[in-house]
Design a protein. Structure first.
Ligand code: SPD
Length: 389
């Protein structure tokens, strides 16, 4: 078993608990139906006007993906980005977003499916669904029964990243902690690191879960008492946090932040950007000894999308091995497209912060979903935390 296959197998173990609080009927946990024989329609059969409106996270698509799709299909893509799951969720709840394709995190997708905010995929238009790893897809059916709504875009994990030289200098005689989460949650460290810049993701559901995990509580607890405890702990480091952002790549690469609580994929992009810019900033993704938080982001079609056939055409195009692999190769986010693994470059395939090894994966926290009430409670705690200084 090579590293990529092993990483996928381990990821399957990690996502087994995904959405476990709201268990799907066992009959729904099946291999993706795309593997069953079904009549397929080529993308060109779309009868819609040639427009596709995509709403994705920033820095989350390979350079030529949209242009190549437009050239091949004649479909004009309007591409916009959002900053966090909360922003996307609010647009979907409000309705009439104007978007045909969105990329929610698994943590929000379950409630979006249950709330009727997404449209079922027309699988006859997406023959390349068969390229997805069937084992992963059968496990993801616990979030999306029958794999009817979601197509994995990429996965990675929330963790701590550093600018090594600056952190070592700022810590002085204090050695690096045993647990990397200390660098962003323990005032002993944050007080020293504030001079070189600490950056946090700007979203309640990005910060409260790792904070609860650091406290030894469930990262996906729905209990307000756990959110409150996270808020109390966060209040102690609040004066030391300089940057709140959803795009910390340039802050890290350019040296404005020396420590970040963010996504491993973006940290690897920052690492590469610093090298491209010939800077001395040495960005490193840390693997906390208590584990990072795994996440999945998936393509989905809003229930009121005006161009669902064009959306299906884009999904099918994305699922071509070389197209999925281009995302992983250019952006260091892992793919769930099994057929794409052979096209992942050796440099990325061997990067242990992208395809983490068995020991590290075993410690990672599996994704799960929050209740609406829990999201509200976390949002209140987060707002208080951010504005108190
Ligand atoms: N550069 C964009 C990365 C998108 C990450 N999505 C993360 C969701 C985690 N909860």
């Amino acid at each position: 078993m090579n590293r990529k296959t092993l990483a996928l197998a381990l990821l399957v173990l990690a996502v087994t608990a995904c959405g476990e609080k709201e268990t799907a009927p066992s009959s729904a946990v099946v291999a993706p139906s795309a593997t069953a024989a079904a009549p397929t329609l080529p993308a060109a059969t779309s009868t819609e006007e040639k427009i596709l409106n995509i709403y994705n996270w920033a820095d989350y698509i390979s350079a030529n993906m949209v242009a190549d799709f437009e050239k091949e299909t004649g479909i004009k893509v309007n591409y916009q980005t959002f900053e966090n799951n909360e922003g996307l969720h609010a647009k979907l709840v409000a309705g009439n977003s104007g978007f045909d394709l969105v990329v929610p995190g698994a943590v929000f997708a379950k409630s979006q499916i249950d709330g009727g905010l997404l449209m079922k995929l027309d699988k006859s238009r997406i023959p390349n669904l068969g390229n997805l790893d069937p084992v992963i897809m059968s496990k993801l059916a616990s979030v999306d029964a029958g794999n009817d709504y979601l197509v994995p875009w990429a996965w990675s994990y929330t963790t701590v990243g550093i600018n090594k030289g600056k952190v070592v200098k700022a810590l002085g005689s204090t050695p690096m902690p045993d647990n990397a989460w200390d660098l962003v949650f323990n005032p002993t460290y944050t007080a020293k690191l504030k001079s070189c810049g600490i950056a946090y993701l700007d979203s309640p559901t990005e910060i409260i879960p790792p904070a609860m995990h650091y406290l030894g509580r469930s990262a996906y607890s729905n209990a307000p008492a756990d959110h409150k405890a996270a808020g109390e702990m966060l209040a102690k480091v609040r004066p030391d946090i300089r940057i709140f952002t959803s795009t910390m790549i340039d802050d890290l690469a350019g040296g404005k932040a020396c420590v970040a609580l963010g996504w491993a994929g973006d940290m690897n992009i920052a690492h590469n950007r610093a090298i491209e810019n010939k800077s001395t900033n040495d960005i490193e993704v840390l693997l906390p000894k208590t584990g990072g938080l795994i996440f999945f982001d998936s393509l989905a079609i809003p229930k009121d999308a005006k161009h669902p056939q064009n959306a299906a055409a884009f999904i099918d195009y994305f699922l071509r091995p070389e197209v999925s692999a281009s995302l992983t190769n250019e952006l260091s986010y892992a793919t769930a497209n099994k057929a794409a693994l052979a096209k992942v470059t050796p440099e990325i395939a061997q990067n242990k912060t992208v395809f983490v090894d068995a020991e590290v994966m075993a410690k990672m926290v599996s994704p799960s979903s929050f209740s609406n009430e829990a999201r509200e409670s976390m949002s209140n705690v987060y707002t208080l935390f951010k504005k108190s200084k």
